[in-house]
Write a protein that binds this ligand. Structure first.
Ligand SMILES: [Zn+2]
Length: 150
């Protein structure tokens, strides 16, 4: 049985911590398995800063967040994962659908430049500012900012 939007809200808000964003499987609410690039955003950007939900105070309105999840539930399930992370000195909270792109660090071949490039291209398509490398092989999560030329 799949998780409900309300249960996913509870899972997200209980697991996200300052300095430690979280990526959950959108169908189960469980932590995403390690070794991936987290790429936020759906095919088209929408909402504030192109995210599914944004809280300028870091304290989200649970009802409003749940309503966003309900409204976009099918797309969230298609993308597969959902992420929550803080920004700006842990004042602001972002929540977005997240693609989980395997990084390859856990394979004999190691990190593949192609997987990072693909993650970056997907992030640019979704108007994201960064991609995040979440990997047991790293001491901490690695964030790679994207530069846009105008
Ligand atoms: Zn990795």
């Amino acid at each position: 049985m799949s998780i409900t939007p309300k249960q996913l809200v509870t899972a997200l808000l209980s697991k996200v911590k300052p300095h430690a964003g979280v990526t959950l499987d959108a169908s189960t609410g469980k932590l995403a398995p390690s070794h991936y690039w987290a790429v936020g955003g759906m095919i088209q950007p929408f909402g504030e800063f192109g995210a599914l939900y944004y809280s300028p105070t870091g304290k989200p309105d649970r009802g409003a967040l749940e309503a966003h999840l309900v409204a976009h539930w099918d797309a969230i399930q298609t993308v597969g994962y959902i992420g929550a992370w803080y920004a700006e000195g842990n004042q602001e909270l972002f929540i977005d659908s997240v693609y989980r792109i395997p990084c390859g660090c856990d394979t004999l071949a190691g990190t593949s430049p192609a997987s990072e490039k693909f993650a970056q291209q997907l992030a640019r398509k979704n108007h994201q500012e960064a991609i995040c490398h979440v990997c047991d092989d790293l001491i901490e999560t690695e964030t790679i900012g994207l530069i846009y030329e105008h």
